[in-house]
Design a protein around this ligand. Structure first.
Ligand code: ADP
Ligand code: MG
Length: 274
């Protein structure tokens, strides 16, 4: 099981959209996914048509009042489970701050999942701040996946994240943390700006940037209000295909080398698509 923090201290860059739709696309490929909504705003939760009902979030497990396994709920999609967010989560930072192990509370909380191997990937949808929840997510994660909007100042934002990763490593809270992936979102093919931003980010971050770029799509912003992922809402559109391609690329990056020859049943054309 790998824990992937989907984080960027900036809001509105596509973290939640990527958590929900990458998670859905990975589940569609048959991987067992647990999505944890760590943002008290509960956007990922409502994207599944769920409401932040009291006592359904990670709040209690984080303060030691319940096990993480009690808070896992199925979604309508096979292989995809969620720990929703609720309003309690907004107060958890204050409580964690008082605890002695305040950087590693989330890592401790998720330990039971490491041992039971029910999930292949845990995706953490982080709040847009440098607060205790996000720092805990970075301390618990095997890797960081950062969505970046194709806009001015994309690189500046990334520089801050790289610094944050270094801080978490230096603090000793998580020595293995890496900024493993950057996903460019809201790409607008009609503007030169999008092209320029992608080129610039690739120049600085090389292979860490996913080949797959997520296009700007009204469908993507509409889907959550129907409680659907893009794979259900507009299954054959460009945005759904982009998230499917992202999931395949994600798996290529995470497949253990020994299983690679096994992918011979995948048509060659599908591999080229990404
Ligand atoms: N590729 C996209 N095209 C169009 N709208 C998008 C796209 N990705 C996200 N959005 C919309 O932009 C807003 C912010 O996205 P969201 O994923 O919630 O960002 P974050 O979680 O980083 O705050 C939401 O309204 C979302 O529906
Ligand atoms: Mg969000």
């Amino acid at each position: 099981m790998k824990i992937v923090a989907i984080a960027n201290q900036k809001g509105g860059v596509g973290k939640t959209t990527t958590a929900v739709n990458l998670g859905s696309a990975l589940a569609e490929l048959g991987h067992r996914i647990l999505l944890i909504d760590l943002d008290p705003q509960a956007n990922a939760t409502s994207s599944f048509g769920l409401q932040g009902v009291e006592e359904t979030s990670l709040y209690e497990p984080l303060i030691g009042g319940a096990s993480v396994t009690e808070k896992i709920f199925p979604t309508r999609r096979d292989h995809l489970f969620i720990i929703p967010a609720d309003l309690d989560l907004a107060g958890v930072e204050v409580e964690i701050a008082r605890m002695p192990n305040h950087l590693t509370r989330l890592a401790e909380t998720l330990k039971p999942l490491q041992s039971d191997e029910t999930f292949d990937f845990v995706l953490l949808d982080c709040p847009p701040s440098l607060g205790i929840l996000m720092t805990n997510a970075l301390a618990a994660a095997d890797e960081l996946l950062t969505p970046i909007q194709c806009e001015y100042f994309a690189l500046e934002g990334l520089v801050k994240i790289v610094r944050l990763v270094e801080q978490v490593r230096d603090s000793g809270a998580n020595k293995r943390l890496e900024l493993a992936g950057i996903v460019m979102t809201m790409f607008d093919g009609r503007t030169n700006l999008s092209e320029q931003v992608v080129a610039e980010v690739r120049e600085h971050f090389g292979e860490r940037v996913y080949e797959t770029v997520i296009p700007r799509s009204v469908r993507l912003s509409e889907a959550p209000s129907f409680g659907k992922s893009i794979l259900e809402y507009a299954p054959n559109g460009a945005a759904a295909n982009a998230y499917r391609a992202l999931a395949r690329e994600f798996m290529q990056r995470h497949a253990p080398p020994a299983t690679l020859p096994d992918s011979s049943h995948t048509p060659a054309s599908e591999n080229l698509e990404t």
